[in-house]
Design a protein around this ligand. Structure first.
Ligand SMILES: NC(=O)c1ccc[n+]([C@@H]2O[C@H](COP(=O)([O-])OP(=O)(O)OC[C@H]3O[C@@H](n4cnc5c(N)ncnc54)[C@H](O)[C@@H]3O)[C@@H](O)[C@H]2O)c1
Length: 258
């Protein structure tokens, strides 16, 4: 078990990619606290975690500093320490740049970037006292490749990549590794409700692997980055995008078997 006796917090841990990370961490022996803001899925995850004595799900709005501070105090009080933080919570929906209102812009930045600031600062205070910790920020391939209708989201996710490097510079000498994962297009309920299947399938086909990711295909990288095996990895942004950013779409007629 790669995470035996570790305590992890996963924001956005009751749905989509975050839920798979929570389950993957539990399978490897961690006690996990899954953070959500408002969802029946939150209660389900709370039952799932408590029934196996594997942790709990907590309703915390990462846009509210007081709620974040209270959550971190509760985790330390009940579980004693925090070894891993996965910043996975985010909101996203499409809007043309010229129609994004100042309120929409501020809301996306406030959750997707400022939320990471709040949770990370509160958790890092605990990790600094311990002299150890692993922080994993979930960004997006959209921060590395231009994409239309997502300027606010893309700006926030690009900020996470820079924040990862800045925090690695400050915190790594003190025992905290900070890394980032940039997922590609992924079959989650949220994304599939937002975009038509024809478009998603077309994007999936432009990857080297030839399909969209499943939500559980980020568990491996998050296990590595959360474990002691990542002791010399910090400041990195790791693309998990099926090769989308590395290869051209297939030529007509391909792929062809020998
Ligand atoms: N699905 C994709 O194709 C894709 C691609 C690239 C990156 N990502 C990133 O991966 C992560 C997960 O994506 P997903 O599709 O699984 O998302 P999702 O919408 O299924 O889950 C998001 C989670 O964030 C939580 N959340 C939202 N606002 C919050 C707040 N204010 N406080 C606390 N929690 C809050 C929600 O409760 C939910 O559990 C996100 O960071 C997303 O930007 C997703």
């Amino acid at each position: 078990m790669r995470l035996k006796d570790k305590v992890a917090i996963v924001t956005g841990g009751v749905k989509g990619i975050g839920r798979e990370i929570v389950r993957g961490y539990v399978r490897e022996g961690a006690k996990v606290v899954a953070i959500y803001v408002s969802s029946a899925a939150g209660h389900e995850m709370d039952r799932e975690l408590r029934s196996g004595n594997d942790g709990m799900a907590l309703k915390v709005n990462i846009a509210k500093r007081a709620e974040v501070d209270e959550m971190v105090a509760k985790v330390v009080n009940e579980l004693g320490r925090i070894d891993i933080l996965v910043n996975c919570a985010a909101i996203y929906e499409g809007a043309p740049f010229m129609q994004i209102t100042e309120e929409q812009w501020m809301q996306v930045i406030d959750i997707n970037l400022n939320g990471v600031f709040r949770v990370t600062q509160a958790v890092a205070a605990v990790m600094l006292k311990q002299g150890s910790g692993k922080i994993i920020n979930i960004s997006s391939m959209q921060a590395l490749m231009g994409v239309s209708l997502m300027a606010h989201y893309t700006a926030a996710k690009g900020g996470l990549i820079s924040l990862t490097r800045a925090l690695a510079a400050e915190l790594s000498p003190l025992g905290i590794n900070v890394n980032c994962v940039a997922p590609g297009v992924t079959e989650t309920e949220h994304l599939q409700a937002l975009l038509p299947p024809e478009y998603l399938n077309m994007v999936g086909k432009t990857t080297a692997i030839g399909r969209m990711a499943r939500a559980d295909e980020y568990v491996g990288i998050c296990l590595l980055l959360g474990s002691d095996d990542a002791s010399y990895i910090t400041g990195e942004t790791i693309r998990v995008d099926g090769g989308m950013s590395q290869v051209w779409p297939q030529m007509p007629g391909g792929p062809v078997q020998a």
